[in-house]
Write a protein that binds this ligand. Structure first.
Ligand code: HEC
Length: 103
């Protein structure tokens, strides 16, 4: 757990990493070993190896990550993370692939 995140080898995940910074996720989340140093949300350095996300609400799988990002407010009422419903599905999938790659 102490080691920094590795760079994604998968091209879709690598694209998701770009979106992670482009959409400001890094303003709230830290991914050690990258420029993401936000402290508002949980550290995501190893989020892909966690059993569940959203404080245990969702299983840890790609589709669940995409759902979480698009609908935080519906999945967890009162959540302080904004929803990203406006993102196109391909961008959500890439973000999810990136999160999954963070083992
Ligand atoms: C304004 C700050 C903010 C922004 C911007 C933000 N998040 Fe979050 N995020 C949070 C907070 C706070 C939580 C914790 C929510 C909870 O469980 O109540 C969270 C939770 C998460 C989780 C679940 C983590 C866990 O440990 O269960 C993931 C995954 C996540 N965010 C990904 C993203 C992605 C991807 C983006 C960009 C598209 C993003 N976040 C943008 C604040 C933010």
């Amino acid at each position: 757990m102490a080691r920094p995140a590795s760079s994604p080898a998968d091209p879709v995940a690598a694209q998701g990493r770009e979106f992670f910074f482009a959409n400001g996720c890094s303003a709230c989340h830290a991914v050690r070993g990258t420029d993401a140093e936000g402290v508002v949300g949980p550290d995501l350095t190893h989020v892909g190896s966690r059993l569940s996300v959203g404080a245990g609400i969702l299983p840890n799988e790609s589709e669940a990550f995409a759902r979480w990002i698009a609908r935080t407010d519906r999945i967890k009422p009162g959540v302080t993370m904004p929803h990203f419903r406006m993102l196109p599905p391909a961008e959500l999938s890439a973000l999810a692939a990136y999160l999954e790659s963070l083992q």
